[in-house]
Design a protein around this ligand. Structure first.
Ligand SMILES: Nc1ncnc2c1ncn2[C@@H]1O[C@H](COP(=O)(O)OP(=O)(O)OP(=O)(O)O)[C@@H](O)[C@H]1O
Ligand SMILES: [Zn+2]
Length: 659
């Protein structure tokens, strides 16, 4: 009734819309006739339309007139810890709160949906034995249990049994009535981890992954929000944002993986967000890896965060593999095939004869990296990016992996009309076709960015585990984390392939991949072999990778980072502009660089402007400027000097300077 509503007290709230309403404004004031809580998701009128928003604070009646909140979308408010984390992300990454909230909340949050089952339908695959913890594992568990710190780095060599440590600490969290989040770097590793956790926590696992539909994601989000019992959440970086009532543990498994950095705005690091979230909930975080990023390792030590080491393999009969290095410049080792050495082929044959598995790793997709004319040197390049096109022989296409550009393979040179078009370099598709020719009766499966959903490690995990796939060929997708009992021979086709990329993390990435791939074997009772083929056997990243020697790599890499002002010694800020013409890109980049130089401090360095590695993209020319600074705060201030135009993008803490 009219008069009672006048009599009743109005409540005023700051509401943060999940779409940007006006640049620079994160919150707006609205009123509601009943009392609401911080974190309530509501519908608010904005202009002529309506928007979803989140209540961030109660306020006193303002002097201006306010509009009413139209509707409360969810009875259960968002956990305040999650909201606080969102606000932290907004300021730490200099990103509007709306952009953060729309990342945090599921799409179609205001839709009414039929409720559905959220338990993963997963048939248990891995054989479970009751494990007695090793001395190292028990010590790690005890240290983390007793620690009063938030973040812990679990540096455990490949096969050291980090999963067991995670599970024990997850049991602790559940026993205390708190949830746990276990992050996996990509869907490839989900099945294995879900299997491990479902065995221990059959009714409590909530699984999120990138291939779920909008409705499925929403369903899982709601069941987290409404759940009164603790859950084990398993998923990619976005799993951090499930609205849990309580949280006792966050695990970031394979913390060195680049997928923990989001590449669209907000360009956040799941590692940083995990720590902030855990602080809000008073939970513990474990970053696990056999190859922690050197910058993270250094920072953890500096901050006095516990660094816990598992230095040997967990399985009592695991002896580590026998490793052989093949120098690719010595062609006498390649009498049977041009890139599959005699040693590798012999070892493959031996494993296959005894029904054991073989894994071949190569970090290049497609069939060949370079297509060129043997007569005049013309190279097939992507008109959008200026970088070489990759041959995909199965579809007779040349494809740009960044732009998606494709064209049929030319039968003659477009410049000199010569018919000798040659293809150089090795890709996983070429390896697959060669292996299929050499081993025609074997079950061969390729896993890489081209192999599609039905050939993902996740969907074919059972065949990988039980050994019915004989030969596994793949890129970095198969390099990490997987634990396969029948795997006996591992071949690295060209260990130095990644070193040619001009990026500050290329060597680290090469070291990590070699270490991780070798670590796929020698984990159990099978006496395993690894054959590492490389043109650069003496390169530090290659040598330390082969020796599985983190400390050698770390000791060599840290002074390099210091000398060239890279993390952990400097923070990085990258500005990239995109213009229709090269001239405009150069002129504007130079102009902004001059403005930035005027703001620079003594301890800071500006590099550029230079053409971006992918100089041409989507019909624009891209130029970039990089700033190295010991002060992250000052870099955030520099973002504030960005010209107000749609031509510029910035990224703070980039993990690559190439994209
Ligand atoms: N205490 C134990 N006793 C015997 N076997 C164990 C023990 N702990 C783990 N294992 C076994 O050792 C193998 C490796 O364990 P896990 O996959 O957890 O290694 P990881 O540390 O995660 O390695 P990676 O870094 O390569 O992923 C698994 O097969 C696991 O079942
Ligand atoms: Zn030519």
């Amino acid at each position: 009734m009219q008069c009672t509503s006048i009599m009743s007290v109005m409540h005023y709230y700051e509401v943060a819309p999940i779409r940007i309403v006006r640049a620079g404004a994160d919150v707006f004031t609205y009123h509601h006739e009943s009392s609401l809580e911080i974190g309530h998701i509501v519908k608010i009128p904005v202009g002529r339309g309506s928007q979803t928003g989140v209540i961030v604070a109660p306020v006193t009646k303002p002097s201006f007139t306010t509009k009413p909140i139209a509707l409360v979308v969810e009875q259960e408010p968002l956990p305040t810890a999650l909201l606080a984390t969102a606000r932290w992300m907004s300021s730490y990454y200099a990103t509007p709160l709306a952009a953060v909230l729309s990342t945090l909340l599921p799409r179609g949050i205001d839709k009414q949906r039929r409720t559905r089952a959220t338990q993963p339908t997963h048939e248990l695959i891995r054989e479970q034995r009751a494990l007695t913890p090793t001395v190292d594992q028990q010590a790690a568990i005890d240290t983390i249990r007793q620690s009063t710190r938030t973040t812990h780095l679990l540096h455990g060599v490949t096969g050291s049994g980090k999963t067991f440590v995670y599970k024990q600490l997850a049991h602790d969290a559940i026993a205390a009535g708190k949830s746990a989040i276990v992050l996996v770097p990509e869907i490839a590793l989900t099945s294995q981890l879900v299997d491990e956790f479902l065995q221990d926590f059959p009714d409590q696992v909530l699984l999120t992954h990138s291939q779920q539909t909008e409705a499925e994601r929403h369903g899982i989000w709601l069941s987290a929000l409404r759940s009164t019992t603790p859950k084990i959440v398993i998923g990619p970086r976005s799993a951090l944002f499930l609205p849990l009532r309580s949280l006792g543990l966050v695990v970031v498994d394979e913390m060195h993986e680049p997928s923990y950095k989001q590449e669209q705005s907000p360009r956040y690091s799941a590692l940083r967000v995990a720590t902030i979230l855990a602080e809000q909930y008073q939970a513990k975080v474990i970053f696990g890896s056999a190859t922690p990023p050197v910058a993270e390792y250094y920072a953890a030590k500096q901050a006095g965060a516990p660094v816990i080491t598992l230095s040997s393999r967990a399985h009592n009969r695991a002896s580590g593999p026998h490793i052989e290095v093949v120098d690719m410049t010595k062609r006498a080792q390649f009498t049977r095939h041009r890139f599959l050495s005699d040693t590798l082929l012999t070892d493959m044959e031996r494993s296959l004869a005894t029904n054991n598995q073989v894994l071949l790793f190569h970090n290049r997709r497609g069939s060949a990296a370079l297509t060129l004319c043997d007569n005049c040197g013309w190279t097939a390049t992507d008109p959008d990016t200026g970088t070489p096109l990759t041959l995909h022989a199965d579809t007779h296409q040349l494809i740009g992996h960044i732009s998606g550009y494709h064209m049929p393979v030319p039968t003659m040179c477009p410049v000199c009309r010569h018919s000798e078009i040659i293809h150089k370099g090795i890709g996983t598709k070429l390896i697959e076709s060669e292996i299929a020719r050499l081993f025609p009766d074997k079950n061969i499966v390729r896993f890489d960015g081209d192999s599609g959903k039905e050939h993902s490690v996740d969907s074919r995990y059972k065949e990988l585990y039980d050994g019915s796939i004989d030969i596994i060929i793949g890129t970095q997708v198969i390099a990490k984390g997987i634990d396969l009992p029948h795997l006996e021979t591992v071949g690295i086709i060209q260990a130095d392939a990644g070193l040619s990329l001009p990026d500050f993390t290329s060597e680290e990435r090469t070291f990590q991949l070699i270490t991780q791939v070798i670590g796929r074997v020698g984990r159990g009772e099978v006496a395993a072999h690894v054959i590492v083929q490389t043109y650069q056997p003496t390169h530090t990243a290659v040598r330390a990778g082969i020796a599985q020697d983190y400390s050698t790599f770390y000791t060599a890499e840290i002074p390099e980072r210091s000398r060239y002002h890279f993390p952990p010694f400097s923070y990085l800020l990258k500005f990239v502009c995109a213009y229709k013409t090269e001239k405009a890109a150069v002129t504007n980049a130079r102009k902004f660089a001059a403005e930035l130089r005027a703001e620079l401090r003594q301890s800071e360095r500006l590099l550029g402007p230079t053409p971006a590695f992918y100089e041409k993209q989507a019909g624009t020319y891209r130029w970039q400027i990089t700033i190295h600074s010991p002060s992250r705060t000052h870099l955030l201030e520099l973002i504030g000097t960005l010209p107000a135009s749609g031509h510029w993008q910035y990224e703070i803490d980039p993990v690559s300077l190439l994209s």
